[in-house]
Design a protein around this ligand. Structure first.
Ligand code: G4P
Length: 540
């Protein structure tokens, strides 16, 4: 893939109307458990959109360039992707923005923040495994945010669970009613194709060598399907009728309301079902709409430019010390070079350097529209959740910080470098790399870092040493849960064993930390009146 191939708006092109451009955009993320096939699907999507000629070019884990930064080293070592933002590609007359949710087993708050910037999510399941823990966690966040979900059952070319059994699992575990758009003909592992439930056609599965190029999609009428696959076709038709009888038929309003989830079956590695997914995204996924501001009033798409920061990436390239703030455009047209206002400070912010980043590819962005993602360079004043605007002020609601589940005390290895230590911790806290908690008892020399996933600690350690020249020692604490409390109860809670109350630096919230659920339950039993509010849960 060349950088130019991905460019949708040629440099220098006159901006189009924000409303027109928004209508042809779809901004989504794939939520899945590691190994369900997210990277493979991403490549297959790009391949279908003819952004790349052959699969293996974007995420090829084996093919990463071995140059660049420490970040890349860390990614390579762990086989993960933490520096990507969004892949944008044209599909027919439309523009697809696929936002990257890091695909590693550990959780980080970044993963969840990305979901604040999408209009739809694709829940990718491994046909043999069904709903796995990380899928459930991400699903919960989507549900919390009211994001509609399209389900794709992947790896149908391999032995797996029965399709009806998978539908039951989706319903039982997510509460969403599955409404399959296609239904498998043949069983997992002996896959012949799918029945298109809307038209009654058979979409035949044709293998290409290793799935490296686009598989031609062959559509046959029902009669031909019956002649070709008498047994499997008959079964598929009967099962589809059963689904219809049970009311498992797609309805747009219930999908958008998060009550139902359309389901597709496919094989990302063999490129089957990918074309169907793109078509379904265009047909069903909502385009970017007016986004509510902090008061709940929607910001019309045709008002001047506005956006919010959903992710900060710093220290990606140790040679340049760059710091990228990824924003999602909410209204108007982004034109590189425009001076925008930073809502939190009222100060101007020049957008001279704006980029798209995906994997190791970077490209200057000149124009962007609602639903698009732009990486702003040198954005040292920007924090996660911040709003930017032109002319008409707007503040979008803050992105909630999720309930941390991992806690560690940070201490400077070299006490002579305390100043650098403090600056580094402050910076990491501002960027949302970790949450920082403190108490008078522990003192500022030993703040507690709190994270949704332990990888956030690795990132913090790495950056403290590399970027701030203040190596830290992290001592893990036994706490696993946090609840919000108030000053009065904080005094009571501090006397309990296995409980500690700390103040979050970013907002002054008092967090009571518990070493396990039974400690929390015991406190609740002993003090039924105690103020202990759950934070926004990242886990189910
Ligand atoms: P992830 O990003 O969600 O972690 O998953 P990834 O795409 O890396 O896929 C994980 C493994 O599953 C890969 O195999 C990939 O080839 C395989 N896979 C993905 N989609 C399908 C599918 O539709 N059918 C089958 N049978 N396999 C699929 P691997 O052995 O780990 O890596 P590789 O050697 O194939 O690259």
């Amino acid at each position: 893939m060349t950088v130019a191939d991905r460019s949708v708006d040629a440099a220098g092109a006159a901006p189009a109307l924000a409303t027109d451009e928004a209508a042809r955009r779809r901004t989504f993320a794939v939520i899945s458990h590691p190994d369900a096939g997210k990277s493979t699907l991403t490549e297959a999507l790009a391949l279908h959109a003819r952004v790349i000629q052959e699969a293996g070019a974007i995420h090829g884990k084996a093919g990463r360039k071995s140059t660049v930064s420490d970040w890349m080293d860390m990614e390579k070592a762990r086989g993960i992707s933490i520096s990507s933002a969004a892949l944008q590609f044209p599909y027919g007359d439309s523009v697809i923005n696929l936002l990257d949710t890091p695909g590693h087993a550990d959780f980080s708050e970044d993963t969840y923040r990305v979901l604040a910037a999408v209009d739809c999510a694709v829940m990718l399941l491994d046909a043999a495994k069904g709903l796995e823990p990380q899928t459930m966690k991400l699903f919960d966040v989507c549900k919390h945010r009211g994001i509609p979900i399209i389900t794709v059952v992947n790896k149908w070319d391999r032995p797996g669970l029965e399709a009806l059994q998978l539908m039951d699992e989706i319903r039982d575990r997510t509460g969403l009613e599955p409404t399959p758009l296609t239904w498998p003909v043949g069983i997992a592992g002996d896959f012949k194709g799918v029945l298109d439930r809307a038209t009654g056609d058979f979409i035949r599965f044709t293998r290409t060598a290793g799935g490296a190029t686009i598989a031609p999609e062959e559509r046959l009428p029902a009669a031909a399907a019956l002649a070709q696959e008498p047994h499997y076709w008959q079964t598929a038709v009967e099962e589809s009728e059963l689904l219809t009888a049970m009311g498992q038929v797609h309805e747009q309003s219930t999908f958008l309301d998060g009550v139902t989830t359309p389901v597709l079956f496919g094989s990302a590695v063999l490129n089957f079902g990918v074309h169907q997914l793109l078509d379904v995204l265009l047909a069903l996924a909502p385009p970017p709409g007016p986004r509510p501001d902090v008061t709940g009033a929607p910001r019309p798409l045709d008002t001047p430019f506005s956006a919010f920061v959903f992710k900060i990436q710093a220290g990606m390239d140790s040679a340049h010390r760059d710091r990228l703030a990824y924003v999602r455009v909410c209204s108007g047209v982004f034109e590189r070079g425009t001076v925008v206002t930073h809502a939190a400070t009222g100060k101007p912010f020049a957008t001279k350097y704006a980029q798209q980043v995906f994997g190791r590819e970077r490209e200057t962005v000149d124009l962007a529209y609602p639903g698009d993602v732009v990486g702003l360079v040198n954005a040292s004043a920007l924090r996660v959740g911040d709003s930017l605007y032109v002319d008409e002020p707007v503040t979008f609601p803050p992105i909630p910080s999720f309930a941390p589940e991992h806690f560690a005390v940070a201490r400077a290895v070299d006490s002579g470098r305390y100043k650098q230590f403090r600056r580094g911790i402050e910076q990491l806290e501002q960027e949302g790399t970790v949450q920082v908690l403190r108490s008078d008892l522990r003192g500022d020399q030993a703040p507690v870092l709190a994270a949704v996933g332990p990888m956030q600690f690795e990132v913090a350690e790495h950056r403290m040493a590399g970027e701030f020249s203040a190596p830290v020692r992290l001592d893990r604490l036994e706490y696993t849960m946090a609840r919000l409390t108030d000053r009065e109860w904080a005094k009571v809670l501090d006397r309990e064993s296995g409980v500690e109350v700390l103040e979050r630096s970013s907002d002054g919230a008092l967090l009571a930390l518990f070493a396990g659920n039974w400690r929390l339950q015991r406190v609740l039993r002993d003090h039924p009146e105690c103020v202990l509010e759950p934070l926004v849960a990242a886990s189910s």
